[in-house]
Design a protein around this ligand. Structure first.
Ligand SMILES: N[C@@H](CCC(=O)N[C@@H](CS)C(=O)NCC(=O)O)C(=O)O
Ligand SMILES: [Fe+2]
Length: 359
């Protein structure tokens, strides 16, 4: 059984794919994005997966890969095509290479055209393929830089991708209209650049007249991706870029969280902000010693009651209203804030002390 997630980076319209083996929990990420590395690591964690590798479909021109950051966070291997020429990968891939993750495998097909080193990853049962920027949904990647070559792309699509079974689902590295998936049969029939009876000369003529502006990040992205996304200034690699005032975890929902244990252990100045209603604060669940009560609905108007220099942990009954409080505080410019995971319910269930409340 496969665990599968399609993730999106809105800045660059890039899709990242998480594939995991349900039995062994081994997982790979195809085309992670630098700015989303924390999000992707959180999802891997929440799904109980172990990231074994990041896979690049090509040296991207429009965003920086998250490969190096994910390797740093998780210890995974970086894999990229040999023909792509990027330094710093742990494994270089060529045609017909097999990448195992637990009981599942991805097969490598060389599909040059968008860049000289583009590859497509095909799942073991040919039910899905990840085409990078070779075949896009009813489109194709551009062919005007990085050894781009329309005739090579035509061959890649016709001989490698269209040779897959009709029902094979195709997942591209980008879509600029919000489309998410297609299939071999559909693209063979309806792709306006490469489908039907279109010949190589038709495609070359089409591509050589696209006249697209260069990607905005081209000059930053290509050199960084030729190092597999390793930032060139060491400050950016510093793990202290993550908040370090307590042992926090970033959730896939996008909130920094602290566990009851982490809060109990915390030494040093701290404000506990309880955002429940007054009757809940004094009700059966009780409250944490020293907590300040500001009900969520009043928080935006009462921010001056909170000290700016001390970290804040937001608390509510189950952890949802307090997550909203974290977001309100973030927008108001507070920086050291975390949500108490599970709220008072988890705090009490784990046996931590409360003021008031019933036994
Ligand atoms: N406006 C985008 C352009 C992105 C772009 O050129 N994307 C490449 C893939 S790396 C492509 O092939 N685009 C096809 C298209 O825009 O039709 C940017 O500045 O990043
Ligand atoms: Fe690309």
């Amino acid at each position: 059984m496969l665990i599968f997630r399609q993730l999106f980076d809105p800045q660059s319209s890039t899709y990242t794919y998480l594939l995991g083996d349900r039995a062994s929990r081994a997982a790979v990420l195809i085309d992670p994005v630098f700015e989303q590395a924390r999000r992707d690591a959180a999802l891997v964690d929440e799904l109980g997966l172990k990231l074994t590798a990041t896979l690049e479909t090509h040296v991207h021109a429009d965003h920086v890969t998250g490969a190096s950051l994910l390797k740093q966070r998780t210890g995974c291997k970086i894999m990229a095509s040999k023909a792509g020429g990027a330094a710093g990968a742990d494994r270089y891939l060529v045609q017909d290479d097999v990448i195992g993750f637990g009981g599942r495998r991805l097969m490598v097909r060389a599909t040059p055209g968008h860049t000289g080193g583009c590859v497509t990853y095909v799942l073991d049962d040919s039910s899905m393929a990840f085409t990078g920027d070779c075949l896009l949904i009813r489109g194709s990647g551009r062919t005007d830089f990085q050894d781009g070559d329309p005739a090579a792309m035509y061959r890649s699509v016709r001989e490698q991708i269209f040779a897959l079974p009709d029902e094979c689902l195709l997942y591209p590295a980008h879509d600029y209209r919000g489309l998410t998936v297609t299939s071999v049969a559909e693209e063979r029939r309806y792709n306006p650049r490469l489908g039907g009876d279109i010949a190589v000369g038709d495609f070359t003529g089409y591509m050589n007249n696209l006249r697209l502006a260069h990607p905005k990040l081209l000059d930053v992205a290509v050199p960084a991706n030729l190092r597999c996304g390793q930032p060139d200034d060491s400050a950016a690699m510093d793990p202290s870029a993550d908040p370090n005032w307590a042992h926090l975890r970033y959730s896939f929902a996008g909130v920094w969280e602290i566990d009851p244990h982490g809060l109990e252990e915390h030494q040093g100045p701290l404000q506990i902000l309880d955002v429940r209603e007054a009757d809940e604060f004094t009700g059966p669940l009780g409250h944490i010693d020293g907590a300040v009560l500001i009900p969520l609905g009043q928080l935006a108007a009462r921010l001056e009651e909170l000290a700016r220099g001390r970290p804040i942990v937001a608390v509510c009954r189950a952890g949802s209203r307090s997550a909203q409080a974290v977001s309100i505080l973030q927008q108001a410019g507070f920086s050291e804030i975390a949500n108490l995971n599970g709220g008072m319910l988890r705090w009490r269930a784990e046996g931590y002390p409360v003021e008031g409340g019933s036994q």
